[in-house]
Design a protein around this ligand. Structure first.
Ligand SMILES: [Zn+2]
Length: 327
């Protein structure tokens, strides 16, 4: 259960701005929340919407238990719309649909909110359409745009919104926090490299799929050092069936990058920076013999390239096969 006190701990500045506008009842027509993954953009947007709609608030804290709060949590409230990228982008059709829904007055109240995640993925047409929508604000409509990459949002949209910058979370503080909720110290480095969201980190740490994902990634690298002829069979039998969804595939590449960065750190004698490998472990030693620092750098570039191809909708199997050939 999220309260304003709670989100303030994580994002003091952003929370203060939003709380202020709620307390003074001076709600902007549009907010643009910008911050990296796990900085709490969705939590803030959801809490903001709940405060606007919950009939049983205490101060500005929504009750979290009423029907309205529950429907907002489950994305089922008729006056709180979520627009998320379909595939790689937010398309003009999605903005059109939003507009037509918003031409009818609020179903349950006059107030309406739309929360647009991944705002940097708007297509050019969709962005222009949204811009027109932002330029003709309805008194009771609030737009909340969320993005990890403000550089890709056209300036005309930026200028229509109140910009709210979320702070990147302090990694060492985050690791300490993970330790206080009982996560094994050997895990905290990897988890904090992947996310700065405490709930997500906790989920990963308890997730069987994630534990296996990590094993598969390290096993693949081992294979290059021991039985490279088996790599292709391995990726078809183990990797591809495990990393099925798009998000999982991205996480797989993320883990692979982390592992290769470890090898690079070890080459530079920076063992205290190791994230996924145990210092001086047999597997790491073998990887150091197999990959020179220069080769690791080149592999890291190839993994980045593979991630990009994945985003361009190149078939995941093809992307992985090409990468495996290059390693
Ligand atoms: Zn409520």
């Amino acid at each position: 259960m999220e309260t304003w006190d709670h989100v303030s701990e994580k994002q003091p500045v952003a929370s203060r701005i939003l709380m202020n506008s709620l307390q003074k009842n001076r709600i902007s027509h549009a907010y643009l929340l910008t911050g990296g993954r796990g900085t709490g953009k969705k939590s803030l947007a959801t809490l903001f919407a709940k405060t606007l709609f919950c009939p049983n608030k205490t101060g500005i804290d929504p009750c979290e238990v009423c029907n309205v709060c529950k429907r907002i949590t489950s994305h089922n409230h008729p006056d709180v719309h979520w627009i998320e990228p379909e595939g790689q982008s937010i398309k003009i059709e999605q903005i059109r649909q939003l507009q037509s829904e918003f031409t009818y007055s609020g179903l349950e109240s006059e107030q309406k909110v739309y929360i647009l995640t991944g705002a940097h993925t708007l297509t050019v047409n969709a962005a222009n359409r949204l811009l027109k929508f932002l330029e003709e604000p309805n008194q009771q409509t609030t737009a909340i745009l969320l993005t990890e990459n403000i550089g890709q949002i056209i300036p005309t949209i930026q200028s229509r919104c109140q910009l709210i910058d979320l702070q990147p979370l302090n990694e060492s503080a985050f690791r300490k926090k993970l330790a206080t909720i009982g996560i094994d110290p050997s895990e905290t480095a990897l988890l904090s490299a992947l996310t700065s969201d405490i709930e997500e980190a906790k989920e990963y740490s308890q997730d069987e799929w994630f534990a296996q994902a990590r094993t598969i990634v390290l096993q693949l690298i081992n294979m290059y050092t021991t039985t490279p002829a088996d790599v292709f069979v391995y990726i078809h039998q183990e990797w591809l069936p495990h990393f099925k969804e798009r998000e999982q595939q991205e996480l797989g590449y993320e883990l692979l990058m982390i592992a290769f960065k470890d090898i690079l750190y070890a080459h530079m004698h920076m063992d205290d920076h190791l994230v996924i490998y145990q210092p001086k472990s047999e597997n790491l030693t073998r990887a150091l013999h197999r990959f020179t620092a220069g080769e690791v750098s080149s592999v890291l570039r190839k993994i980045l390239d593979a991630k990009r191809k994945l985003q361009q909708n190149v078939h995941p199997t093809l992307v992985l096969e090409q990468l495996a050939l290059h390693i």
